[in-house]
Design a protein around this ligand. Structure first.
Ligand code: SF4
Ligand code: SF4
Ligand code: SF4
Length: 161
């Protein structure tokens, strides 16, 4: 009884978190995740960049403070449950967003995020009387998260579009 109520509360917690704007895992079927994921941890073990971590509710989710997703698909291949879409589909509809905590918005020159973005999705636009301002070209952003941990003010988050 105690065990099932713990499971229920974890699922409720996850369901609340899962409706959040942040992605859980690439390619995952979000609507079935809390029902089908057994929290076995195989995806956590296989991720080469170690960005998959247990969340508060015990379910795995990506933490871009640990690094980036290389879209290798090893988490999906390791999962024993029918939880992931095929690799041929888009991993997720998640994109980077820059908040007002960005140093450039406070007129401090910084291009750390742009330097970390392989697809060159972050463009810096000159502004009159201010340092160059970052702008994300959303069609070019893969949501890989490489720009997140390099930001000195934690201004970047990866969100579903
Ligand atoms: S696709 Fe690869 S790098 Fe991305 S979360 Fe899965 S295992 Fe990690
Ligand atoms: S491998 Fe699959 S079932 Fe196991 S924790 Fe990861 S997503 Fe859940
Ligand atoms: S999430 Fe990846 S692709 Fe998108 S802006 Fe950041 S580094 Fe570039």
């Amino acid at each position: 009884m105690a065990h099932s109520s713990l499971n229920l509360s974890r699922r409720q917690l996850f369901t609340r978190r899962n409706t959040s704007e942040h992605p859980s895992l690439p390619w995952v079927k979000e609507s079935q995740f809390s029902d089908l994921c057994t929290q076995c941890g195989e995806c956590i073990k296989q991720c080469p960049t170690k960005i998959i971590q247990p969340s508060d509710g015990g379910f795995p989710r990506v933490d871009f403070q640990q690094g980036e997703c290389t879209f290798c698909y090893q988490c999906a291949e390791a999962c024993p449950e029918p939880l992931f879409h095929p690799k041929t589909e888009t991993a997720w509809q998640a994109k980077a967003h820059i908040s007002d905590a960005c140093l450039a918005k406070q007129n401090v020159d910084c291009r750390s995020c742009g330097d970390s973005c392989e697809p060159f999705a972050i463009k810096f636009k000159l502004a009159i009387g201010a340092v160059a301002q970052p702008h994300i070209e959303l069609p070019d952003c893969t949501g890989c998260g490489a720009c997140v941990s390099v930001c000195p003010t934690s201004a970047i988050t990866i969100k579903h579009t």
